[in-house]
Design a protein around this ligand. Sequence first.
Ligand SMILES: Nc1ncnc2c1ncn2[C@@H]1O[C@H](COP(=O)(O)OP(=O)(O)OP(=O)(O)O)[C@@H](O)[C@H]1O
Length: 205
Amino acid sequence: MLQAEGVWFRYARDRPWVLTGDDLGIEAGEVLGLCGPSGGGKSTLGRVLAGHLRPDRGRVTVDGAVPRPRRAPHPVQLVLQQPERAIDPRWTVRQALAATGAELDGLDERLVHRDWLDRYPHEISGGELQRVNLARALLVRPRYLVADEISASLDAVTQARIWTLLLEHCREAGIGVLAISHDRPLLETVAGRVLDRSPVPDAAG
Ligand SMILES: Nc1ncnc2c1ncn2[C@@H]1O[C@H](COP(=O)(O)OP(=O)(O)OP(=O)(O)O)[C@@H](O)[C@H]1O
């Protein structure tokens, strides 16, 4: 299980608290939706869960232990809205995937077609690039995936296609997913349950 236990976080000592004792649990293979207004702290929570930000108080555990990836990839991978920011434009798709250190044998070819491998990011569409971005996160065999607005800039057909492929992969591999979006109908379609995050009232620390 991926668990946040009493997590507090603020970006600096002189900044307000964004997370104030948050608790959250995701079972292996579960898809949990996280909804809420802009600025409510959804992305911040996602980044804390994926180990990109360290909580000021509280902890994040995977199966009861705080992940301490040194050479191994983090068991919680984070994928964001804009794949063009995540993938170096000077690398081909193959190079971007290989940079994870994982064998390309494990590539999910439903997500990434072979004939995209030797193209550069600008030579595939935005939806295709997001599929590469997801495949890259899945290539390192995470236990959990935080999908933060991954389909927000895509048309409805592409959005549905991406979620279908992603959920299929995660179901087969038993990967738990935190789907973050401001789009509640989308979350109700893809997730088994949906949590609402309200903005933090002025929190004392
Ligand atoms: N790098 C940062 N440095 C300082 N403050 C930040 C940083 N990132 C986010 N914040 C602040 O933290 C608060 C929560 O932001 P966050 O991005 O987590 O919310 P969100 O619910 O994901 O919003 P949105 O739906 O607009 O993406 C906001 O007040 C935001 O301004």
